[in-house]
Design a protein around this ligand. Structure first.
Ligand SMILES: Cc1cc2nc3c(=O)[nH]c(=O)nc-3n(C[C@H](O)[C@H](O)[C@H](O)COP(=O)(O)O)c2cc1C
Length: 328
């Protein structure tokens, strides 16, 4: 996830179990681009032992092939094509989710990438641009190119991040495609993940925001799939996670600038504080110094209580997940 799941974040997540695969933040590709050096570091200095896919986003098929070939020289698990980003700037350039309006261009781009990538080549998509009825045509294209995996964020681009996901679309992909299908969107806790998988028959789950709030979610899911009882993190575990992330991010900065660092931490903290009360969130937004930051975190989290399993529904960053939790 752009500006969040960078190298320091991956290290911290891996210490808490981590996923089976990472995906980099997206490399923006255009005819004159070279792979972003900061994102490249998350591949070159990935010592977590967890394989990583390099994700690319762009609208120029020739440039995408060129960049993919450069990235293939790195130690990656494969290349992932982003067809999901809903940012108006990205979509305006017919990249990411914007490409979903141009199925013929997707067809050409995937064909060219497939011919050039002799290792795993996967696609991350939404279920349409404006409407899920577009998905049937997209699935035909994906099926015709022997991709190695499809991750589906079960929303349209128009849905952005706020609505419930559409498990029926993921199930349709599972029924149509010979490759593994990964379900994504709204997995806020292990129960949501178990339900999403059961509703869709997906081979796996991709987790974004839920893993920022709860980095133990991958281990919790592994336990649940094995029929075991997962451990529930406590407030002091969360404090330890925040301290770890703060230190890792500081270690990566060329120059430690206190205010910049606090601003960077706040981007991640906004996910972490969901469910810890409005007062904590408001106070976090006001933080300007390291001392204030740690005083707030330690005074709020240096205890043994369990942290809430789910964030509040309809919070700013998490909404629409209740349907997954309450599905039969
Ligand atoms: C801040 C932010 C940055 C994101 N960056 C990326 C990205 O670089 N590549 C990508 O495939 N998805 C990106 N996403 C989308 C997520 O991967 C995911 O598809 C979406 O948030 C839904 O899943 P979740 O509910 O588990 O977060 C981003 C989402 C957010 C909120």
């Amino acid at each position: 996830m752009q500006n969040v799941t960078d190298l320091p974040f991956m290290r911290v997540i891996a210490r808490r179990g981590g996923p089976d695969w990472f995906v980099t933040e997206f490399f923006r590709v255009h005819p004159a681009s070279k792979p972003d050096r900061y994102i490249l570091r998350s591949i070159r200095e990935n010592t977590t032992g967890i394989p990583i896919f390099a994700q690319i986003i762009g609208s120029d098929a020739e440039a995408m092939v060129k960049e993919a070939k450069i990235l293939l020289r790195e130690n990656i698990a494969g290349i992932d094509l982003n067809l999901g980003c809903p940012s108006p700037t990205v979509c305006g350039k017919s990249a990411g989710g914007g490409l979903l309006r141009h199925p013929e261009e997707i067809n050409r781009m995937i064909g060219m990438l497939r011919d050039s990538i002799h290792t795993r080549f996967t696609v991350k998509t939404r279920v349409g641009y404006a409407d899920e009825s577009e998905f049937t045509k997209l699935l035909e294209i994906f099926r015709s190119h022997a991709i190695d995996g499809l991750t589906i964020h079960g929303r349209t681009v128009a849905d952005r991040y706020q609505t419930p996901v559409r498990p029926q679309c993921v199930a349709a992909a599972v029924a149509t495609l010979p490759c593994p299908v990964i379900a994504n969107g709204n997995v806020v806790n292990a129960t949501a993940g178990i339900r999403y998988q059961a509703l869709t028959g997906a081979s796996g789950l991709m987790i974004g925001r839920g893993a920022i709030r709860n980095p133990w979610i991958f281990d919790q899911l592994r336990a649940r799939f094995l029929g075991e009882t997962p451990t529930q993190p406590r407030a002091h575990d969360l404090l330890d996670y925040i301290e770890d992330l703060y230190a890792e991010l500081a270690r990566e900065s060329k120059e430690y600038h206190e205010l910049h660092h606090i601003q960077r931490m706040k981007k991640t903290m906004l996910y972490i504080v969901q469910g810890l009360g409005d007062e904590f969130e408001q106070a976090m937004r006001r933080m300007r110094t390291e001392e204030e930051f740690f005083h707030l975190c330690r005074s709020s989290l240096d205890h043994d209580a369990l942290i809430p399993d789910v964030p509040p529904e309809q919070s700013k960053l998490f909404c629409g997940f209740t349907e997954l939790l309450t599905s039969p």
